[in-house]
Write a protein that binds this ligand. Structure first.
Ligand code: PRX
Length: 632
């Protein structure tokens, strides 16, 4: 029987057991899945050498656990309800059997196009069932999926395709997100000019707009699946074979392709979904994320399917056609579990409460939060007005690299506290580190958050750059995984994540590297150098501030800002646009040439009193000049 913790006492008991014998704990969890052959070794490797392996030698196909296994028991149960962008558009439900057949059909299509085990397939699609079918079909034939959020620009898409040498691209003609239209096929065409490895493009119809067509390369989804068989024998994978790549921003350089493997990721996402959300058979679970992010991978696609849950695929946005959209959907489908990001809550809080009150939300049992710290005001609004004061909030802390939830309450079991991700899941050992690289013991302390022991869901490498993997996660504190987050452990031993301590920004729950944005802005012909920092923002959590050195003073600042926005949108995507720009004569640099961002962060936040020690700067007078300048 798989682990399904039901009381706080049991949680504490299981946590202790997992600490005593980690291998036994994970082996038990893994034993609840269907493996074609059992593993030779539960676990090997560690953070010292970054050679972590779980269930090595075990043979499986992850889709047999997500789909085939359910056919005889819950084949007629709804796997997904699809809710389109506009409430009046065509909506549909898909049973486990239908999903299985659709995945088999598309797996056959992929194979007929020459996609083989180990090949990379890029997916750049609207949040529709076909996105999920594409990912699962890749997993079924052993191809590695790389889903790129359909808000990224042609250049970002091209970089991601090039980095992993994808052989195929699956996209839509276009998508609608709120009242915006995104021409996915046009963007794909532009990206593919730079991507010679892509031999086939499969286009799924969504908007029916006119698109260009490259004969011999482009094919319609609906034509290809028409005669495809609904039966497909899944390809056998080793537990440590790659499952997917997902690009995420780091503090330096271009986004890195975080790689997850089949066995460990399966065990971890399934275990965390079941215990954190406590979803039962009749429940309707809705995670509002996009499948282009890790939350969508782990808690829309994989975790819920392993557990036979009914989920919602939502194509829209929280404020379209109006700010009652989420609550309308909750009422319509009698959603029991609702999982969203603090930025969405803060955005909705700014509208009239009538948008919430208008709908019957009494079906809700559990609320979830993910992606960034949730401030107390948002927590209370969510708890009182959405949850009617009766639903536990699971504030789930985790990362693209962790594969699944790491620190979180178990719904209805762990006593919660606003702003706290509370306690680690059994099997996870968080530690706080001081500046000297030593573990900080006891409670009522703060430090940098590390994880002490490997867990099955941890990313195994950065695609094509294992050195970067070691450097980013395993070099700051030898023998530990470094998360990049600061954290406080309060008197009761509860964890509160305080935000990134590296040069990564979290804008509306989206992770962006300062270096990435700086590089994009530096492409402007009039820009000499840029420094990006984040500053607090009421709705986005954090917003982007750009300090820019120009060659010539721009004649019109607003025009300059527009040019910068256009450039950033082209190179990265609209989410990376700086909200504020300040033109400066120089940047505060140390003698070794490093920008002292701490000072810029204070200035951006208008906290001019406590700039700290600036004596180590090459030219401290730069700071006064920046303080006096004005942003626009
Ligand atoms: O800073 C933490 C923040 O989001 C970062 C990870 O971002 P990403 O890989 O895009 O994954 C987001 C979805 C899992 C973390 O390093 N973060 C995530 N969840 C929380 C959080 N910060 C505070 N509280 C959370 N619940």
């Amino acid at each position: 029987m798989w682990l399904n913790i039901k009381s706080f006492e049991e949680y504490k008991d299981v946590y202790r057991q997992s600490e005593e014998d980690r291998k036994k704990f994970w082996e038990h969890e893994a034993g609840t899945f269907y493996w074609r052959e059992s593993w030779d070794k539960v676990h090997s490797g560690g953070f010292e050498n970054g050679d972590i392996k779980w269930f090595e030698g075990g043979k499986l196909n992850i889709t047999e656990n997500a789909l085939d296994r359910h056919l005889n028991t819950i084949g007629h149960k709804t796997a997904f309800i699809f809710e389109p962008n506009h409430p009046d558009s065509f909506r549909r439900t898909i049973t486990y059997r239908q999903l299985y057949e659709d995945v088999c059909r598309f797996a056959n299509v992929l194979e007929s196009k020459g996609v083989e085990k180990g090949d990379r397939v890029c997916i750049y699609m609207a949040m529709t069932p076909e996105l999920i079918i594409s990912a699962l079909a890749c997993a079924r034939i052993g191809a590695v999926h790389s889903i790129v959020f359909a808000g990224f620009s042609a250049q970002s898409l091209a970089e991601r395709i090039q980095d992993c040498d994808a052989k195929m691209l699956i996209t839509n003609d276009g998508l609608r997100r709120g009242d915006k239209h995104v021409p996915l096929k046009d963007i794909s065409d532009e990206a593919l000019e730079e991507c010679p490895t892509v031999k086939n493009v499969i286009v799924c119809q969504r908007t029916n707009r006119d698109i260009d067509w490259v004969e011999g390369r482009d094919e319609w989804w609906h034509m290809l699946i028409r005669n495809a068989s609904k039966k497909h024998t899944a390809v056998e994978m080793d537990a440590e074979d790659p499952l997917f790549i997902l690009y995420t921003s780091g503090s330096t350089g271009k986004p890195k392709g975080v790689l997850h493997t089949c066995g460990g990721y399966m065990v971890y996402t399934s275990y965390t979904f079941r215990n954190v959300f406590q979803v039962s058979e009749e429940d309707i679970y809705w995670c509002t994320a996009d499948a282009g992010w890790i939350t969508g991978h782990s808690y829309i696609i994989y975790g819920p399917l392993f557990n036979g849950a009914t989920g919602i695929i939502f194509e829209g946005v929280p404020t379209y056609p109006d700010a009652g959209r989420f609550w309308e959907v909750v009422e319509k489908y009698e959603v029991t579990h609702f999982y969203t990001a603090p930025t969405a809550i803060r955005a909705l809080m700014s509208y009239d409460l009538d948008f919430v009150k208008k709908y019957d939300l009494s079906s809700l049992k559990v609320l979830g939060s993910v992606g960034e710290p949730i401030n107390e005001e948002a927590w209370h609004w969510y708890h009182d007005h959405v949850g009617g004061g009766k639903c536990p909030i699971v504030d789930t802390w985790w990362q693209t690299e962790t594969g699944g939830i790491m620190i979180s309450p178990l719904a209805g079991i762990t006593p919660t506290k606003p702003g706290f991700a509370t306690l680690p899941l059994p099997g996870i050992t968080p530690v706080l580190m001081d500046e000297n690289g030593k573990e900080i013991g006891g409670n009522g302390v703060s430090g940098n958050l590390c994880i002490k022991h490997p867990w099955p869901g941890i990313a195994r490498t950065v695609w094509g750059d294992h050195e970067r993997y070691l450097q980013t996660y395993m070099s700051s504190y030898k023998g530990y995984y470094f998360t990049g987050d600061g954290c406080r452990r309060d008197e009761e031993g509860y964890y509160r994540i305080t935000g990134r301590v590296d040069d990564v920004l979290n804008v509306s729950g989206h992770r962006l590297g300062t270096a990435e944005i700086e590089n994009a802005i530096d492409e402007h012909p009039n820009v000499v150098e840029t420094a990006i920092v984040g500053y607090p923002h009421d709705i986005k959590g954090e917003s982007i501030f750009a300090f820019i050195i120009c060659e010539d003073q721009p004649k019109n600042k607003e025009d300059f800002k527009k040019e910068i926005h256009k450039l950033v949108t082209k190179i990265i995507g609209p989410i990376a646009k700086p909200e504020k720009i300040q033109i400066v004569a120089g940047l505060p640099k140390t003698r070794s040439g490093k920008i002292m961002r701490r000072v810029l962060r204070k200035i951006a936040a208008n906290d001019l009193e406590n700039l700290g020690d600036t004596s180590t700067l090459l030219d401290p007078s730069v700071v006064d000049e920046i303080k006096e300048g004005e942003a626009f």
